[in-house]
Design a protein around this ligand. Structure first.
Ligand code: IPM
Ligand code: MG
Length: 331
């Protein structure tokens, strides 16, 4: 823990549910209220599959995102030198890979109403989810993407399904409307099915990939595999509270849990460690601290250290603890 940073632990998700509490207990919420940022573990347990959302571990995340209005989800996709062979793509396609997914996180089909399972008038089981967006929600996430692109390679690729979805037609119109305010930044539009293909065909050409909630969920898992493992990808979810560098945010690996390997000490901690780095950068105004952690992870991989998900046949796989110690030794 960095000097001056107080870290307090609280339950959420499965840990709380197993204790007979709601997915997001009041005391956890109260603690989040008085914190500068949330470093979140992963949620999801098979024993809750099929239950209504409010009784599932994921509900904790749903409430935190919604109630703190954490609409801007940033998912940087970076390939650490040496991990090329762990990627599911050929190394020549990964040269210069450096993209960031900007996922809208508090709207779309995750949150639109109605959202329910019910019995239809004819007695048949049915279910509905609603994809809903209002222009200001699209505008603010588009601005996040354009601002980011300005400091990067100046290309925003906006992903939608405007050939079919009304929300996507609104999405594209709003993005087009905002674009002229950022004259140095190019904007390209891709349909989501094509985007999924281009991500494995020419991933290095993407810079900022801007998209709505569910498309971003799906595409970021795909993008993660370019880096060798979904266990490598951190994320920041930012909202309206705070000022640049001192924004309130939630930081977490992009993946859910891995119950199949729970308790074995072999999970890849990279995404969690890099999420802590993003926390320092965006919420604690500590760019130097963030850069130190990111460099330490890079140096760790450079020594050949690999967790089980990244080790190739014949390579030694380090435990979570040993890999973490290696990273700490470079901090
Ligand atoms: C993510 C995760 C979550 C999501 C799950 C755990 C609810 O997959 O952050 O990408 O779907 O948003
Ligand atoms: Mg996901």
């Amino acid at each position: 823990m960095r000097a001056g940073v107080e870290c307090v632990y609280a339950q959420a998700g499965g840990a709380a549910l197993r204790d007979g509490k709601p997915a997001l207990p009041d005391e956890t919420r109260a603690l989040c209220d008085r914190s500068d940022a949330i470093l979140f573990g992963s949620v999801g347990l098979p024993e809750y599959e099929g239950k209504p959302l409010a009784e599932r571990p994921e509900y904790a995340l749903f409430l935190l995102r919604r109630d703190y209005e954490l609409y801007a989800n940033l998912r940087p996709v970076r390939l650490f030198p040496g991990l090329e062979s762990a990627s599911s793509l050929r190394p020549e396609l990964l040269k210069d890979l450096d993209l960031i997914v900007v996922r809208e996180l508090t709207g779309g089909i995750y949150f639109g109403k109605p959202k329910e399972q019910r019995t239809g008038a004819d007695g048949m089981e049915e279910a509905v989810d609603t994809m809903f967006y209002r222009a200001p929600e699209i505008e603010r996430i588009a601005r996040v993407a354009f601002e980011l692109a300005r400091g990067r390679r100046k290309l925003v690729t906006s992903v939608d399904k405007q050939n079919i979805l009304e929300t996507s037609r609104l999405w594209r119109r709003v993005v087009e409307r905002i674009a002229p305010e950022y004259p140095g930044v190019r904007v390209a539009h891709l349909l989501v099915d094509n985007a999924a293909m281009q991500l494995v065909r020419r991933p290095a050409e993407f810079d900022v990939l801007l998209t709505e909630n569910m498309f971003g969920d799906i595409l970021s898992d795909e993008a993660a595999m370019l880096t060798g493992s979904i266990g490598n990808l951190p994320s920041a979810s930012l909202g309206t509270k705070g000022t640049p560098g001192k924004q309130f945010g939630l930081y977490e690996p992009i993946s859910g849990t891995a119950p199949d390997i729970a308790g074995r000490g072999i999970a890849n901690p990279t995404a969690a460690i890099l999420s802590a780095a993003m926390l320092l950068r965006h919420s604690l105004d500590d760019e130097a601290g963030a850069a130190t952690i990111e460099r330490a992870v890079e140096q760790t991989f450079a020594t050949g250290a690999r967790t089980a998900d990244l080790a190739r046949k014949g390579e030694e796989a380090l435990s979570t603890a040993t890999f973490t110690q290696r990273v700490l030794s470079f901090c």
